[in-house]
Ligand binder design. Sequence first.
Ligand code: PEP
Ligand code: MG
Length: 877
Amino acid sequence: MKKKKYVYLFSEGNASMRNLLGGKGANLAEMISLGIPVPQGFTVTTEACNKYYEDGQVIAEEIIEEIYERISELEKITGKEFGSLTNPLLVSVRSGARVSMPGMMDTVLNLGLNDESVEAMAKLTNNPRFAYDSYRRFIQMFSDVVMGIEKRLFENILDEIKESRGVKLDSDLTAEDLKEVTIRYKETYKKERGEDFPQDPKHQLIEAITAVFRSWNNPRAIVYRRLNDIPGEWGTAVNVQEMVFGNKGETSGTGVVFSRNPATGENKIYGEYLMNAQGEDVVAGIRTPLPIAKLEEQNPEIYKQFTEIVHKLEQHYKDMQDMEITIEEGKLFFLQTRNGKRTAQAALKIAVDLVEEGMLTKEEAILKVEPNQLDSLLHPTFMTEDLKKAIPIAKGLPASPGAAYGKIAFTAEEAKIRKENGEKVVLVRLETSPEDIEGMIAAEGILTVRGGMTSHAAVVARGMGTCCVAGCGELVINEEAKTLEVAGKVYTADDYISIDGSTGNVYGEKIATVAPEISGHFAKFMGWADEIRKLKVRTNADTPRDTKQAVEFGAEGIGLCRTEHMFFAEDRIMAVREMIVAKNEEDRRKALEKLLPMQREDFIGIYEALEERPATIRFLDPPLHEFLPHTDEEIRELAEELGLTFEELKATVRNLHEFNPMMGHRGCRLAVSYPEIAEMQTRAVIEAAIEVKKNKGYNIVPEIMIPLVGEVKELKYVKDVVVETAKKVMEEKGVELEYHVGTMIEIPRAALTADEIAKEAEFFSFGTNDLTQMTFGFSRDDAAKFLKHYYDRNIYEQDPFAKVDQTGVGQLVKIAVEKGKATRPDIKLGVCGEHGGDPSSVEFFHNVGLNYVSCSPFRVPIARLAAAQAQVKNPRK
Ligand code: PEP
Ligand code: MG
């Protein structure tokens, strides 16, 4: 058998090998084949990462040997040698998963330096300062990233030495100073690790590769994966690449550039660079970089070569590229390229422009926008009136658009906790780092003192669609005292601030926000999505207002109207309660009489808002105790209003108590016990439809949906009530009206007996919230408490209530689709659980052949795009 290959030279790969080599590795290989100047290297594959985990977190001997073989080859290609005393090979070690996970995984630069090769470097470059600067950076990165020693220990040493030399900037330290830094760093390493800093470059390399593999499962990578739908089984590749140096003096430099503007989408090269610096200086935002256009003035020749390559890469990948470059003593290198992260506005503009420039088809362009990103277009801006009165206290970079207000949180941890306690917070940091991810997710907005448009905060916030102002240098943060000082005023964690990620303005007060308006490229792009998709998109809405909003967002009808939501309204809860406490059918009917006109009015409002689009109205579903108070005090108050004694009402509440209410007296079981409820609801639905037809001329075809069915006979029982009542109403009004009766599939037994159920049901709507709850056997209200342990232990990667479990719950959906169609070939199929607005779930529902998904109004555009993408990926008739 041929031995499996785990390590590839860049010259052995190409762009199609992304799954094996990771995005970065595959693109490096592709760039080499395009003749672009790229430092040579090799990629350790994602399969090696998976094997590392399979083998119990060790790198197998055979892989280590292969790595050593590739090092020898790299030495031949570069003419340099690992640990050489004359011409040492130095490498960078970087992670590279199939899709880029910015800042999530760790990088080590200058690997290969030791006490001897640093001297060789000093001689070779005739620049001892540079050699020792590289060495001290390496020791710190290796210690921090690979060995987990606190970075702060090293930063303190550097600060001490700077202070003792009376200098402010790192660049003011001499070679001798930096040599001393390395000595003290190594002492720290020994103290922390109990052993000397490793001198053997091969040993350093294997340790670094191990650290990258290990980082695939660090908590922040797991969080990022969950957020971005990246399966853990993909693993990460590791790229080992010959170092080139942007910090070799004034003819060297480094930059991060985009082929188009990642914030606006403008078709103009955009980026930042710094001369005499290493990549981390740009990304970490420690020094403020220059706009890339300046490079044209500084070095027109290099700039010309650079722009040619940028255009070539964009043409080649047919997408906006995000590239890292280094200039080493006047020679340009590309260290990586990838499809750039961008704001939603930019994503839409770029997708539309690329079609209009003839580079992409509409179908290809549809795949260029991440559906969840549309969220940020639907995000708030400041209320104009309030904004006019507000005066900015500072201005930073407009790093990610949108507007937000909140109280100040000084750490990510604090942001997370305060959000859990229901507070709105803005995360204010010197700069963010990957371990801040959960706090960044929790925050309404992110504000940083340091960093440019390509800093961690900016990149991550844009990806998440969270508004962000970066590099706001006027702020003075005192993390210990938890204060923020700006323009002579001190703000604490109790104070509100507001930030505008589209202008960079910061305000020392709360400014109200308003929902956005969408137009321009959005409409054009979404029009293409609508042309392409086969899956319809409806909305879950219970009020005329939500319905209108959803229709504006492109909803094609209502997939779920939860009638009980109307029962909670202040003007009707009393009637609902009267119905619940009624001692006999007669009293119950009296209470229902009071509810009838209100329900009818609700349905009239909804039908009018829909203007003839279809609506599925679901009958009463929740357990009745939800409508009654629980504390003695509340019961006493209510008893008085209902004309009951405290004891009587207390007894009713006690009677309604259930050990498992979600599996108790709810759904169609209520209508089986009290058919008069279904009668009243049918009457309201039919009368409203007749009335709207009469007044507005709309031809309404109501869809009545019976919830929580598990047995065809219970559906039949309730359906008979509906049919009989509808008939009666139509006779009374002298009008014929078409209507349909269907059911939800949310109990596993219903899915398994769907052929039976379809005899009575004209449509199925998958209630994947309950179906998930019942299939997993854990409560949708309580699971969050323990699911986090499941994520930590890699048992589940995703919340099955957010993203449909295709293996289990999905199988039930497939079975029900098949069986339902066998009985009734034209049965209408939809989904109305929360999964209807989740892109990967939408793709699944498209693939199993549903007619529509239904989701909350703000997720309608997301579902429309996800449905179009599903059609492009897997065309369906
Ligand atoms: C469901 O169970 O998926 C559903 C849509 O119904 P509800 O969430 O109201 O139980
Ligand atoms: Mg349900």
